[in-house]
Write a protein that binds this ligand. Structure first.
Ligand code: MLT
Length: 266
């Protein structure tokens, strides 16, 4: 992994390959390693960049308040810092997708295509926002055990039941990523997620080819909701990945990579 100064923090990132730039943006509260089955494979054709967002993985926290908007600003600065000039394909999962809408809003000239995996456009309902605030408070109370608490709460929501049985080592690895992240960052990002903007009214203006990918059993970003996002976008392709949950790229990388390759080839 490499590190580079971006705004007020050090961003860690992996990069490989040549060709059109493809930025892989992880979900919450994860790191770049969730893309490991996409990274190698897609780097045979594309210039793939997989960062850790500020405060996550090996990236430092900096001092700016965490928000979807700040993450988008950081990614734009990262692209400048590593001299990516061509318009990019932005590929985000879940929170990475929320950041994708923000990235389009702030830096539309930088975007050639969007790949939105297991994500939503609407903001949080009051019930979901309240749940996040409660979780943030519980994590803060637990101190260093807070991340384990977050991992225990989240893992069953991230994978389908069949993936939990079929790929236990990937489930375990993701649990480890969550359990080893900074509880203060998890808590702060929960609050930032609760405060994120509703992007639904932006969709009709997002006039770049967009691939929407959703796990059939995703309980966080339900497929019906993602189909509605596709209907609202001017240039969208919508695909459901069978038998998987919220972590489709990790649960069935073969299917996801094939769809991404086909989308990028057109
Ligand atoms: C994620 O996977 O990034 C989170 O589940 C997003 C969320 O909590 O809304």
């Amino acid at each position: 992994m490499q590190q580079i100064q971006v705004n007020d923090c050090e961003i860690a990132y992996q990069t490989r390959g040549h060709g059109a730039p493809l930025l892989l943006v992880h979900g919450f509260p994860l790191d770049h390693s969730m893309w490991r089955f996409q990274f190698e494979t897609l780097a045979t054709q594309y210039h793939v960049i997989a960062p850790d967002l500020r405060g996550f993985g090996k990236s430092s926290r900096g001092t700016a308040p965490i928000s979807m908007s700040q993450f988008a600003v950081d990614l734009n600065e990262l692209l400048d810092a590593i001299d990516i000039q061509a318009p990019i394909t932005f590929c985000g999962l879940s929170m990475g997708g929320y950041i994708g809408w923000e990235f389009w809003r702030q830096f539309p000239q930088r975007l050639a295509r969007l790949i939105q995996c297991d994500t939503r456009s609407i903001g949080d309902t009051e019930v979901i926002a309240r749940g996040r605030r409660q979780m943030a408070a519980r994590i803060a109370e637990q101190g260093s055990r807070g991340s384990t608490l977050a991992a225990d709460g989240m893992i069953p929501k991230l994978f389908s039941k069949s993936s939990m049985q079929a790929i236990p080592e990937r489930v375990q690895q993701l649990r480890q990523v969550i359990a080893s992240s900074d509880p203060a960052i998890i808590a702060e990002t929960q609050l930032a997620l609760a405060n994120r903007q509703d992007a639904t009214n932006w969709l009709a203006d997002i006039n770049v080819p967009t691939l929407l990918l959703c796990g059939e059993h995703d309980g966080i970003s339900p497929s019906d909701e993602m189909r509605a996002i596709a209907d609202a976008l001017p240039q969208a392709q919508f695909e459901v990945i069978k038998d998987v949950g919220h972590m489709a790229p990790l649960e069935n990388p073969q299917a996801v990579n094939q769809i991404i390759r086909r989308f990028l080839a057109n």
